[in-house]
Design a protein around this ligand. Structure first.
Ligand code: TXA
Ligand code: MG
Length: 322
């Protein structure tokens, strides 16, 4: 089953996540087109990672600076091994956390066949095996590596529902597979495992869990990163309104986004549950945009576990805009 979005400017098809929908979505990818699809973290905007013409489309649709490399999604470890050279620590993390919300940066194999637009000319590749039945179904139906950044215009809030994707990218992409709301709600954690593991981006797998598995601390990259990542740009993840952090009550004109005992006008998690807050974060920011909130105050969120990634995204949302 498929239904055409009736927006007059839109040629973007919303596919059901059944076999027929996945086959049609895979066919768009096979023809060099763009398809957004759910993963457990956020919706990705997929293209055939081997085709520069297809990958160019991602950059165009997102309005993304072309120097930012993309994550390649594959169905399993064996498919990842065809693209990159695994280090012992990479195997250790892959075995523990794949499929899942973890992206590994590893040396690109010479014959991997990945478009240089995906790596932005780097000699490394970011790879991930997503843990979502629809993402898995699409990857298997397509049968190749899929480059996919989050399916939002560059600098805007990441999408956690098909409706979020349609609202910002309709008419600019071939289709979106509707797989409901994303369970994790934050982008994957990115670790460079080409040498001693470096945490490049906090995300859906808590750094503490990685460190427990590795049995040693991750190197934390701070300040100006040597590799430019859009998630590292200060004003990434921005809603339309201004954002003030660590607020326990709203000031005049502000809408308060609560957490735990700070009730707010809407809340990340009334019970103070960090996993629930992560899953809700981008949807609440989209809601605040839809409400026309011009000033947003956000309750304090603890810094441990998934709180580190939530606070990372909130700090970027609060940063001065470019
Ligand atoms: O959860 C996620 O990771 C989602 C879903 C769709 O998988 N994808 C996502 O992609 O967040 P994107 O493009 O928004 O973020 C990818 C990040 C960027 O910060 C990029 O710079 C970094 O991965 N990256 C990609 N290749 C890299 C490489 N070779 N070395 C270092 N960082 C890299
Ligand atoms: Mg993104």
């Amino acid at each position: 089953m498929q239904s055409r979005n009736d927006n007059a400017t839109s040629e973007t098809i919303v596919f059901d996540s059944d076999d027929a929908g996945l086959a049609k979505a895979a066919d768009i990818l096979a023809h060099g087109g763009l398809v957004a699809f759910p993963t457990e973290t956020v919706y990705g905007l997929g293209a055939d990672a081997r085709r520069s013409d297809a990958v160019t489309g991602i950059y165009t649709a997102k309005g993304r600076p072309s120097f930012n490399p993309l994550i390649v999604h594959v169905a399993d470890l064996a498919a990842a091994e065809e693209l990159v050279t695994f280090t012992p620590q990479a195997y250790c993390l892959a075995q523990a956390f794949w499929p899942g919300a973890l992206t590994l940066v590893l040396p690109l194999r010479a014959n991997a066949g990945i478009s240089s637009l995906v790596t932005a000319g780097l000699t490394t590749l970011a790879v991930r095996v997503p843990d979502h039945p629809v993402a898995q179904g699409l990857l298997r139906a397509f049968g190749g590596p899929v480059a996919a950044p989050s399916a939002n215009p560059s600098g805007r809030i990441s999408p956690t529902t098909a409706a979020h994707v349609v609202a910002s990218l309709a008419g600019r992409i071939g289709g979106v597979v509707d797989g409901g709301a994303c369970g994790v709600g934050l982008e994957s954690t990115i670790v460079d495992v080409t040498g001693d593991p470096i945490l490049l981006r906090a995300g859906g797998v808590a750094a503490e869990a990685l460190e427990t598995t590795l049995a040693h601390p991750l190197i934390r990259q701070s300040g100006v990163a040597t590799i430019t990542a859009p998630g590292m740009l200060a004003s990434h993840y921005a809603p339309q309104g201004t954002v003030r952090l660590n607020a326990t009550q709203a000031r005049a004109g502000e809408v308060l986004l609560g957490f735990g005992s700070v009730t707010g006008d809407l809340t990340l998690s009334a019970s103070g549950d960090l996993a629930e807050a992560a899953a809700n974060l981008f949807d609440r920011l989209h809601q605040l945009d839809a409400m026309g909130a011009v000033a947003i105050a956000v309750a304090p969120v603890p810094e441990h576990g998934l709180g580190a990634a939530i606070n990372d995204r909130l700090r970027r949302a609060a940063a001065p805009r470019h």
